[in-house]
Design a protein around this ligand. Sequence first.
Ligand code: CP
Length: 313
Amino acid sequence: MGRFAHKDLLGVAQLSVEEINLILDTADSLKEISERDVKKVPTLRGKSIINFFYEPSTRTRTSFEVAAKRLSADTLSLSASSSSMVKGETLIDTARNLQAMNPDLIVLRHSSSGAPHLLARVMEAGVINAGDGINEHPTQALLDIFTIREKKGRIEGLHIAIIGDIAHSRVARSNIIGLTKMGARVTVSGPPTMMPLDVEKMGVRVEYDPRKAVEGKDVVMLLRIQLERQSKLLFPTVREYANFFGINGEVIKRAKEDVIVMHPGPMNRGVEIESEVADGPHSVILDQVANGVAVRMAILYLLIGGAKSDKVD
Ligand code: CP
């Protein structure tokens, strides 16, 4: 296994298949730390990590914080509303001030696509993209790919449907990039108004009927409607969306018998997913959350902790 030769993690697009496998294998070896009585190792002692979230988050923010603490790094959280950006300070000036405190990593979530890339250019510290606009959410895709590999034993050759608001979802984009790179066959489905132009150029098949999209799939990944990124409603009513694109137990029966159902959260029950599916036997939604800690531990470790061959105890 080679060393992870990146200062930043800005997108799945920047990662090779070997690097994705290195992250997944490292997460595999770190996962058991969360199952110990004492859930802490000294690997990142003395390192400091700033979580800087300009948009709301439950899973990503918490799991980065838990991951850092399990590796003994010092963490600090800053939100847009509690930072001096509300007084007009720019992102770059904010970044330079944070850099002056000499952190090792900044984890940034921002509503603008490309904000972490801008930050990475002016910071000596590493930058992790925790979701930027409609661009990428690389750690979510990596934990999704980890979960699929854990449940199915492989990625290559699997048939995967991603259903929902594809155009505005950074999770969809990162997963499409990552899953196709790893050799999966991806079908996307959703209303035509929520489908990116030329999405086929990303190596996916488009099937507008979600029932057909689910047919014979190994994995069904559901996404919420990203209302915060739509300037106007792109479907007549939420009830109509739920009637046509909401996935219930009957629709899931069209997939393979051992299908796994995924959702990055937050879920809108009764809209894109019915509770019988979210809480049903095929759901791995909470496994995704648990795996998010392991995958984020792996990313922190690879960026600022040394090579995988280093001993972790
Ligand atoms: N999946 C995800 O990014 O969830 P949060 O918005 O709660 O972090």
